[in-house]
Design a protein around this ligand. Structure first.
Ligand code: FES
Ligand SMILES: [Fe+2]
Length: 358
C-alpha cells in the first residue's frame, strides 16, 4: 500500500463532536480543506465555512463572530452563514466574487458530519448511525480525539485487525487469545460495510475489562467490528464470565457490553483525526469508572498514535513500490482498502467537468 490513501470525496465525514462546536470558531481540515465551524446564536445550527478569507486568505477561524457573521480578523471582510460577503472595508460595492464556500453539515449521534464533495450529492439519509452515543439512558460514554501524523489508510488498517492488541496493547486490552483466535470477515461491497468478528470462548480478562466489569477469572469475549467506509467504525464488544452466552431470545442480561466507536477522518494526505469513544451499558453513575475508562483508553489510543506516527515516517523513507506481505488477519483490512479505492474513484468521476457544469 502506498503510504497515503486516495480521498473519497463524495462521502460524509465526522468533523467534530457536537460539544466542540459553539460560539468560538473551530478549525478542522477535512480532506485537505480547511474549514471553520461555529453555531448560530438563535437556533444553534452548525455553520461550516471555508477557513480562508477571499481577500488575502487569512484563516477565518482566527477571526471573530459578530452575531451569526464572521468578521475577518485581518481587514474585516464580513461573511454571513452562507459564506456570502456582506461587508468590505472602504467601499460600498462588494465584489461579486466575494464569497467563501459553505459546506453541508448534519448533526447526528453527538457528531458533526460534514460533506466535502459535490453538494448536489449530499444526502443525510446515507449517514451511518452510532445511536448509542446519543442514548445516555442506556449508555455512558467517554471519548476524545487525537490527530495522527499518518495517512488515514494506516488507521483503517490498524482498526480492521485487532490481532495487534496482543502485541501493541498487551497489558491493556490485549491478551494472547486475541491474536490466536481466527476471525470471520463479511463484506457488503454495495453498502461499503466490512464486518470482522472474533469470538473468544475462553480468554484471559485484560485489565481494561477486569477493572471496569469486576469479573474475576476468565471470560468469554466477543469482538464484532462493523466498519462503514470511509469514516465510521463500530466495535461491539461483549464480555461475560467464561461460558456465559446470550439467551435464545437474544437478551443478554449477564454480559457487559461496550460499544467502541472510532471516526476516521482524513485531514491531509498524511494526517488523520482519530475520534474515539467508549460507551458502556453498566456502572452508569460511576464517575470513577468513567475516569478509569477514559484515561486507560486514552493510553491505548496513544499506543496506536505513536505506532502509526512511526510507521508513516518509516514508509515515507521507503523506496517506491515496496512490497507488503498479507496474511489471514489482513482480510478485513484488504476488503476495506478495496472499498475505499472504489469510493475514491467514484468521487473522482463525479468531479469531472461535465458534472460540475450540471
Ligand atoms: S484577509 Fe480577510 S479581510 Fe483581508
Ligand atoms: Fe490499537
Amino acid at each position: 500500500m502506498p503510504h497515503t490513501t486516495a480521498f473519497a470525496r463524495n462521502q460524509w465525514y465526522i468533523a467534530a463532536y457536537g460539544t466542540e462546536v459553539g460560539r468560538e470558531l473551530l478549525a478542522r481540515t477535512v480532506l485537505g480543506e480547511p474549514i471553520a465551524f461555529y453555531r448560530t446564536e438563535d437556533t444553534g445550527e452548525v455553520v461550516a465555512l471555508a477557513d480562508r478569507c477571499v481577500h488575502r486568505r487569512f484563516p477565518l477561524s482566527h477571526s471573530r463572530l459578530d452575531g451569526d457573521r464572521v468578521v475577518c480578523g485581518y481587514h474585516g471582510f464580513t461573511y454571513d452563514t452562507t459564506g456570502t460577503c456582506v461587508y468590505v472595508p472602504g467601499q460600498k460595492r462588494i465584489p461579486r466574487t466575494a464569497r467563501v464556500s459553505s459546506y453541508h453539515v448534519a448533526e447526528l449521534d453527538s457528531f458533526v458530519w460534514v460533506w466535502i464533495g459535490d453538494p448536489a450529492l449530499a444526502d443525510r439519509t446515507t449517514i451511518p448511525r452510532a445511536p448509542h452515543l446519543a442514548d445516555s439512558t442506556h449508555w455512558t460514554t467517554v471519548g476524545g480525539m487525537e490527530p495522527i501524523d499518518a495517512g488515514y489508510g494506516l488507521l483503517v488498517d490498524n482498526l480492521m485487525d485487532l490481532s495487534h492488541e496482543t502485541y501493541l496493547h498487551g497489558g491493556y486490552i490485549g491478551t494472547p487469545e486475541v491474536a490466536d483466535t481466527p476471525m470471520t470477515t463479511e463484506v457488503d461491497e454495495g453498502a461499503g460495510i466490512v464486518r470482522v468478528s472474533r469470538h473468544m470462548d475462553d480468554a484471559e480478562c485484560p485489565p481494561f475489562y477486569a477493572n471496569s466489569t469486576g469479573i474475576k477469572g476468565r471470560i468469554t469475549r466477543w469482538q464484532d467490528i462493523e466498519y462503514h467506509a470511509p469514516c465510521l467504525y463500530l466495535l461491539h464488544s461483549r464480555i461475560a464470565p467464561q461460558g456465559v452466552l446470550p439467551n435464545p431470545d437474544g437478551t443478554d442480561p449477564d454480559a457487559f457490553h461496550v460499544e467502541i466507536t472510532y471516526a476516521i477522518t482524513p485531514s491531509t494526505p498524511d494526517q488523520v483525526y482519530d475520534f474515539w469513544a467508549v460507551s458502556r451499558d453498566f456502572g452508569h453513575d460511576d464517575e470513577e469508572m468513567s475516569a478509569f475508562l477514559r484515561d486507560f483508553n486514552h493510553e491505548v489510543v496513544m499506543q496506536d498514535v505513536n505506532a502509526l506516527n512511526l510507521l508513516q515516517k518509516t514508509l515515507e523513507s521507503e523506496p517506491a513500490g515496496y512490497q507488503e506481505l498479507s496474511i489471514n488477519i489482513d482480510t478485513g483490512g484488504l476488503a476495506a482498502r478495496r472499498i475505499l479505492s472504489r469510493l475514491a474513484a467514484e468521487g473522482d468521476r463525479s468531479a469531472t467537468p461535465d458534472n460540475v457544469a450540471r
